[in-house]
Design a protein around this ligand. Structure first.
Ligand code: NAD
Ligand code: UGA
Length: 312
């Protein structure tokens, strides 16, 4: 079986490639090392598999490459390449979000038309929901994103549904909820917090720290993505980690794990940030057989080890 993984040098994509190689897939990976964070870090993400005989790397931008030869013989597409990050998506940056999240997705979907693809698994996001009075968040809720990033992910998700309905591309969208663990992007909270606490530098909390997230450990997100291969075409599934906690509580766990006290600065709540996320995962449980396995203490312990090793 042959699978295409876009964004294969990124945080989640690199873990997914490792998992699919273990399962015996031949992987074609695409990544163009966008400059959102260091190329060096992304190259390191690929170290464990870049020389694997079943891995083929294409260092190209989805927006201006010839996708047809790459898609030849591909059974599964995992589309993770994107411009992530909620808070950075305002202003001039929006162009990068529209290009890498909307246009790139549309280009890839166009190229898949008429091919014998078994599933096209799309990495969507909890940020499509926006603030809701109703928690946990269910897929049936009307999505009202709060950030330009969320708007682009929702647009891409809608494109996926259109290409399923009109061209029969069997798309499955997974709404990941704040993924963490080794290789987490350096702009994300846990990476920044652990690094700063270890280095005895200040961390910044946006707002009062009582905002909550349904944090999802990366191996759970990867399990869900693999299970996405048997998802119902045209459907959307929440992928949460079952570890909903506040930012303040997460910092306490990091303090315990590092044996160091965090030096905390407060800044105003950021535009685009949801107050709370909490996934109703019953649809993924029933439809995909998904069950998160890693609790926040275990997951943060693994991420702390990773960040500790990055420093030496
Ligand atoms: P990441 O930035 O680490 O990985 C994305 C990769 O895509 C990068 O390596 C980048 O170079 C590549 N890329 C971007 N645009 C490209 C293009 N046009 N052509 C080729 N390569 C391109 O991000 P991540 O955190 O691993 O996120 C992966 C996916 O999951 C994204 O679609 C993101 O929106 C989604 N997601 C992530 C989270 C999370 O908590 N990390 C949560 C919800 C959804
Ligand atoms: C994350 C990813 O960055 C997005 O790409 C993804 O789409 C989204 O999850 C999702 O679930 O859909 P976010 O929840 O903002 O977005 O993830 P973090 O950067 O880890 O932030 C978690 C919380 O910590 C937020 O409330 C944020 O405001 C807070 N935070 C973050 C701080 O208080 N200080 C910081 O320095 C960073």
């Amino acid at each position: 079986m042959r699978a295409l993984v876009t964004g294969c040098a990124g945080f989640i994509g690199s873990h997914l490639v490792e998992r699919l190689l273990e399962e015996g897939y031949h992987i074609v990976g695409i990544d163009c090392f966008t400059d959102y964070y260091s190329e060096d870090m992304k190259r390191k993400n690929m170290e464990g598999f870049k020389n694997n005989e079943n891995f083929e790397f294409i260092e190209k931008d989805i927006l201006n490459m010839n996708l047809m030869p790459v898609l030849e013989g591909v059974d599964y597409v995992f589309h993770l390449a994107a411009q992530p990050g909620v808070r950075a998506s305002w202003g001039k940056n929006f162009e990068v979000y529209t290009r890498n999240n909307i246009l790139a997705t549309q280009r890839l979907l166009e190229a898949c038309k008429g091919l014998e693809i078994k599933r096209f698994v799309f990495a969507s996001s909890s940020s499509v929901y926006g603030d809701s009075k109703e928690l946990p968040l269910k897929e049936s809720l009307y999505p009202k994103p709060l950030s330009p990033y969320g708007v682009t992910k929702l647009a891409a998700e809608n494109l996926c549904v259109l290409y399923y309905k009109n061209y029969g591309i069997p798309v499955v969208s997974l709404r990941y909820f704040t993924v963490y663990g080794p290789r987490q992007r350096p702009d994300m909270a846990f990476h920044k917090f652990i690094k700063a606490v270890l280095e005895e530098k200040a961390i910044t909390i946006y707002g009062d720290g009582n905002q909550t997230r349904d944090f999802t450990y990366v191996s759970d997100a990867v399990n869900a993505t693999v299970l996405g291969m048997k998802g119902e075409p045209g459907e959307i599934y929440n992928i949460g980690g079952g570890s909903r906690i506040s930012v303040n509580k997460a910092i306490e766990v990091i303090e315990e794990l590092t044996g160091k006290k965090a030096k905390i600065k407060y800044e105003p709540f950021q535009k685009g940030d949801m107050r709370d996320t909490y996934a109703d995962i019953s649809k993924a449980e029933k439809g995909l057989g998904y069950k998160p396995e890693i609790d926040i203490n275990t997951g943060l312990k693994k991420q702390t080890e990773y960040v500790r090793n990055l420093r030496v």
